[in-house]
Design a protein around this ligand. Sequence first.
Ligand code: HEM
Length: 447
Amino acid sequence: RVAPPHDALPALKLLRTVIRNPIEVWPQAVYEEPLYRRRLLSRDTVFVMDPDLVRTVLVDEAAKFTKSEAMLRSLEPALGEGLLTADGERWRWQRRAAAPIFRHERILGFVGEMIAAAERRRDAWLSIAGGTVDVAHEMMHTTFDIIVETMLSGRAGIDAGRVERGITDYLESTSWTVALALLRAPRWVPYPGRGRAERARDYLREEVLRIVAARRHSGERRSDLIGLLLEARDPETDRAMSDQDLADNLLTFITAGHETTALALTWTFYLLDLHPEIADRVVAEVATVTAGGPLRPEHVEQLAYTRQVLQEAMRLYPPAPIVVRAAQEDLVLAGERIPAGTSVYVPVYAIHRHVRLWDEPDRFDPERFVPSVVKARHRYAYLPFGAGPRICIGMSFALLEAAAILAVLLPVVRLSRASGRDPDLKLRITLRPGTGLPMRVARRQGR
Ligand code: HEM
């Protein structure tokens, strides 16, 4: 079906912005109504900005929505039908089986490995003090180290550089795959970088299948993530994961788990350079909690202010700046009829900077996350990890990991932007600094 001419112009504009920088997709009008509606490429699309409506979509009526087709078409070829991409019963049993592994108390057992990886990064930085590093790249490496260490008890022969390039290549291609899915183009349509993205995807999948097979074959029992997943059972049906299920989920944890946390840290370092007084407070907190000694796993949970800093950084720069669903049936939202098939966007980035929800929304202020202030706010005005049944399963993992990394690095180094330029925002499913974040590394005074 050919879209009517009045539909074509916004559609082309959308396509251009999707490819360039879709953070600009939501127009100013989005901020004015609780539900902003528009026909794009002859599809119904709504943006949900009101926290009560966010709750309806993601929590209360979550069963009436599935993951969006454009997102699935972009991610499924790489991640198969793991937790992030599956829907319906397939998602439900995997979530039931994996949930105990990601419980906060269980994740506490991994904090020692998180600290050790951060200390390796700290030592590498101290050895080049005075030099410049791309913090985005360095954080990807650090969180990659942590995910493979906690998931596989070591590298298991994985080439970290190749994985990182592979994930970047693959994510780059998603701007095209999302746009082509919105245009309903057939899957065979070529696009720039397709070959590279497919090679990256194949490499990652082969590596992970090799590791799963090796672990099954060895019969070795370990309490790393792969070991726990091998033993995981759906408490309702006692179903265990097949090799494909395991590969899908390990790839999901590698991809969803390390890139997002690295970006949360990258944006935090950027903001702390703009606000050295806040960095000083983090350093003071770490000194108090550790009594001047080395950081130990049990300290990390006590770093309340450090955590507030991370939460506020994820408000201004949510690593996952948009959550998308598709309505599975006709329904009514804010008094408007929403036909089945409508794409429902929850523009997390825009909600986090909405003037009706936040005082001076562009100001970096960790005091917004003091518990009493959080209590007084609408629960669904802040969504860095999504909400409802599909809330990020790795939330505790990510928060402990990010706090551990900051608490190891910040007391010994000071990072300042090398170019003095603000990074561009680039959306490739996640929110990245356009050309990385080069920063100069200096020893913090007294170290
Ligand atoms: C889901 C954000 C870290 C694994 C999600 C969702 C968001 C998110 C917004 C919901 C997507 C939706 O509803 O469509 C983040 C951020 C992180 C982070 C901002 C770091 C700061 C992690 C880590 C892991 C992980 C460390 C694993 C080790 C997952 C998985 C899902 C998910 C498996 C799908 C859950 C489901 O649908 O049941 N994440 N994430 N994430 N995340 Fe995270």
